[in-house]
Design a protein around this ligand. Structure first.
Ligand code: IMP
Length: 432
């Protein structure tokens, strides 16, 4: 540590929850910096399963401070729903702090998310329908409602009126009808008392912690290929799930980041629409889905599955300056006679070595594969690098070499203990 960022290096759902949970053990502060409850983390702890969408996974450790940064968009219903569910299981949540600058997801954002998708018809993005995009739109149009607005009722009511004025035509056009600004404000104000104790200056809190030599874990959600700037636009989310966003989404400088952990599955999945060159439509894809239990934590949608796309992974490593990789779900590949890893694309007559700049090229990209031998052994009991079958080690080594990065974690099962932590990273040496 002391400043470590965890990000997804694919299209989200890489198993970041589990890796974050492992790293959180050593952190004093866990801070989320982007996205909203479009994310979903499943953490298995002592056989107990926790599903979190908004609250950072560090909440399970009561001694740590858990921060929701300004870059996150917050649906208060979800926030307090999660807190209540945690409290019902004996987890207090008093260690949570929320940036006063974070934006709130309003009821009209949810309505507009659905309406936008309907309007796009066959060009729809396949959003999670949680109002994420419309909330970020308001943020950048500068008519968003922020957490701190809850502290000033008069201003809040005025801001909601302004925001709704602009939406009036859209909501009518989509036959949604008109929302009463006072009703919207009343509903939001019902959260004020509960929200107030959590509100903080997250930038000050996190920088002070770093100044004191404490360890801060910056928790990203989604993944690089869903990045609004660098992902497979327009089939992306509305924030930047890359490491740089940890700075703007909390309020720290880049000099405060020491390590970047990129989390990637040992194959690829994606939910929602959009291009996916290594997608499988055969029985191998079905097996990956079944064995890997590839259903979304947030929407329950079945994830599309395919071989590992190393070109895309190397791109994600570059975008986030990944220092260490955490490879997950290696156990899901057990029993496959041969593994394929995409090392280049073919788009028309062109052979592409790098992730293409032009979206049309990526839409037409066909994978060029390297084949590697599989293994038959069940690897869920493996506790160390040496316990893995040679073919599994070769596969991991191949990933490290192709992406020119170090592998620090290998997950061989969903449980917290089913993770191999490599004492010396595989790939270009160096300690974490
Ligand atoms: P939105 O973030 O709800 O606007 O959805 C935009 C795109 O990002 C859709 O394709 C979603 O399926 C995808 N997406 C958003 N959050 C996640 C996530 O946590 N995991 C995987 N895909 C996600």
């Amino acid at each position: 540590m002391p400043g470590t960022v965890v990000v997804g290096a694919q299209w989200g759902d890489e198993g970041k929850g589990k890796i974050t949970d492992l790293l959180a053990e050593k952190a004093d502060v866990v801070a989320r910096f982007q996205g909203g409850n479009n994310a979903g983390h499943t953490i298995v702890r002592d056989g107990e399963e926790f599903k979190l969408h908004l609250i950072p996974s560090g909440i399970l450790y009561e001694a740590k401070t858990c921060v929701i940064g300004n870059g996150v968009v917050i649906d208060p219903h979800i926030l307090f729903g999660e807190l209540e569910a945690l409290r019902a299981r004996g987890i207090g949540g008093d260690n949570l702090r929320i940036s006063g600058n974070a934006h709130l997801i309003m009821p009209y954002h949810l309505l507009l998310d659905g309406a936008n998708e309907q309007q796009l018809g066959k060009f729809k993005i396949g959003t999670t329908g949680r109002g994420i995009g419309p909330c970020y739109v308001d943020k950048y149009t500068r008519i968003g409602i922020r957490v701190q607005d809850l502290l000033d009722e008069k201003i809040l009511r005025r801001k909601i009126k302004t925001a709704l004025q602009e939406k009036y035509f859209l909501l009518q056009r989509y036959d949604i009808g008109v929302l009463d600004p006072d009703q919207v404000a009343d509903e939001l104000l019902s959260f004020r008392e509960r929200m107030e104790p959590f509100i903080c200056d997250a930038s000050l809190l996190v920088n002070t912690a770093l100044d004191q030599g404490k360890h801060v874990l910056f928790e990203g959600v989604q993944g690089a290929l869903l990045d609004i700037d660098f992902g497979t636009y327009p089939f992306v989310t509305s924030s930047n799930p890359i490491s740089g966003a940890a700075c703007t989404g909390i309020g720290v400088g880049p000099t405060r980041i020491d390590h970047v952990i990129g989390v990637a599955k040992t194959y690829t999945t994606r939910v929602g629409e959009g291009p996916f060159p290594t997608e499988l439509f055969d029985e191998t894809g079905v097996a990956m889905c079944e064995v890997g239990q590839e259903f979304g934590t947030t929407t329950g949608r079945q994830r599309r599955c395919g071989w590992l796309d190393l070109v895309a992974l190397r791109y994600a490593v570059r975008l986030s300056g990944v220092t260490h990789l955490a490879l997950t779900k290696l156990d899901v590949l057990s029993g496959l006679p041969t593994l394929k890893a995409c090392t280049r694309y073919k788009a028309g007559r062109k052979v592409l070595d790098e992730f293409p700049l032009r979206q049309t090229d990526f839409h037409h990209a066909k994978p060029i594969y390297e084949e590697l031998p599989g293994w038959t052994e069940d690897i869920r009991e493996c506790e160390a690098w040496q316990d893995l079958p040679q073919a599994a080690r070769d596969y991991v080594q191949y990933i490290a070499e192709f992406t020119k990065t170090r592998v620090k974690f290998i997950a061989v099962g969903p449980g917290r203990d089913e993770t191999i932590v490599l004492p010396r990273s595989i790939g270009r040496g160096g300690a974490l």
